[in-house]
Design a protein around this ligand. Structure first.
Ligand code: GLY
Length: 353
């Protein structure tokens, strides 16, 4: 089994192995005193893996209950958060028991927040089932639900007690979702280069456990350096400033991973056109995105993207942070004004959508 230790405000392990769902009872039993576990999942994942996870928990002596929300981003809302918390009460969950998050990013974010708030905090075991949630959302303690006026606007930093990545769950992931996760994997490769870059150039599916481990290690380094996202962790936003604008302008019709891939390529081309990185660097990033069937630009015009990015500006108190690319493995954080974003958008477009 691959294990990555996270030493943040609390210490925990990320376990990576095929078939790990069946060990979640044993792992959880070592972490909590209580013997009640509430599994929170969605209508896509619960029918596939809900019973298997509950069965593993029961074998380890847990009394289990399962709370299922409809699959999809629109479920990540305060109403479902409160319903989940009410269900914790109905299930008799105490502070020494556990919330188990079983699903993709919507579930890991919402169940993480439910665990953070219920009785001021119970143990949360994250079991991400999408590539995106394995390499990003389940690790690092960011939890949230969306408000009608903004994505992830209502949340908390709350580290889980363990993260279990069962990579065999990826076999049931729709292809487009797998590609979305790959956008974040490419992001880590651009940030750090090295091993991950060569793993991506191999047959990625065959080395997916190694890829997940490497991404978690990279994320671990950023989270441990800056758990509360005040500096270093913002490198993880590579491609996200433009990516968020693409997501928002499409009314979230364009998936996060696709938007980040396009955002990363726009920044890479702009950096090449400004003489900050080489043409070859920008081309390599595009090539990686194309390899995983991700877009390298968007059909949305630059003016619309610029307007959409203004709400990020408000959120960051008048400044915008753009992660710039000098080379693969050599990025830097540029705190700037929206004017600079106009320049990125004018110099970075032109990729074939
Ligand atoms: N998803 C970016 C972060 O965890 O900071």
């Amino acid at each position: 089994m691959r294990i990555v230790e996270i030493n943040a405000s609390t210490n925990y392990n990320v376990y990576i192995q095929q078939g790990l769902l069946d060990s979640c009872g044993d792992i959880t039993a070592k972490l909590v005193k209580g013997r009640k576990a509430l599994v929170i999942s969605d209508s896509n994942v619960a029918p596939l893996y809900g019973e298997r996870v509950c069965e593993s928990l029961r074998r380890s002596g847990f009394e289990t209950s399962l709370f299922v929300i409809p699959a999809g981003e629109e479920s990540k809302n305060p109403e479902n958060l409160i319903k989940a918390a009410d269900f914790c009460i109905d299930s008799g969950l105490t502070r020494s028991d556990a919330v188990i998050a079983l699903g993709g990013g919507v579930i890991t974010d919402m169940a993480g927040l439910c665990g953070a708030l219920y009785q001021r905090g119970v143990a949360v075991v994250q079991i991400p089932t999408s590539l995106l949630s394995m390499v990003d959302s389940s690790v690092g303690g960011k939890t949230a639900v969306n408000l009608s006026k903004g994505k992830n606007m209502f949340g908390a930093f709350y580290q889980p007690s363990a993260v279990l990545c069962d990579t065999s769950a990826l076999s049931t992931l729709p292809k487009a979702e797998y590609s979305n996760g790959m956008a974040e994997v490419i992001k880590y490769a651009v940030l750090r280069s090295g091993k991950l870059l060569s793993l991506l150039q191999d047959d990625a599916d065959k080395v997916i456990d190694e890829i997940v481990e490497e991404c978690v290690r990279i994320k671990r380094d950023y989270v441990c350096a800056d758990e509360f996202d005040r500096g270093e962790r913002q490198f993880l936003n590579l491609g996200h400033t433009v990516g968020h604008a693409i997501e928002r302008s499409s009314n979230f019709g364009i998936a996060h991973g696709s938007a980040v891939a396009a955002g990363m390529c726009i920044v890479a081309r702009a950096c090449a056109n400004m003489g900050i990185c080489s043409e070859d660097t920008a081309k390599l990033i595009e090539k990686l995105c194309v390899q995983f069937e991700l877009p390298i630009d968007s059909e949305i015009d630059s003016e619309t993207l610029f307007d959409a990015s203004l709400s990020d500006k408000k959120r960051e108190g008048g400044e915008i942070s753009v992660v710039m690319i000098r080379d693969i493995g050599e990025c830097y954080l540029h705190r700037t004004t929206t004017d600079f974003l106009r320049e990125i958008l004018s110099k970075g477009r032109g990729g074939k959508v």
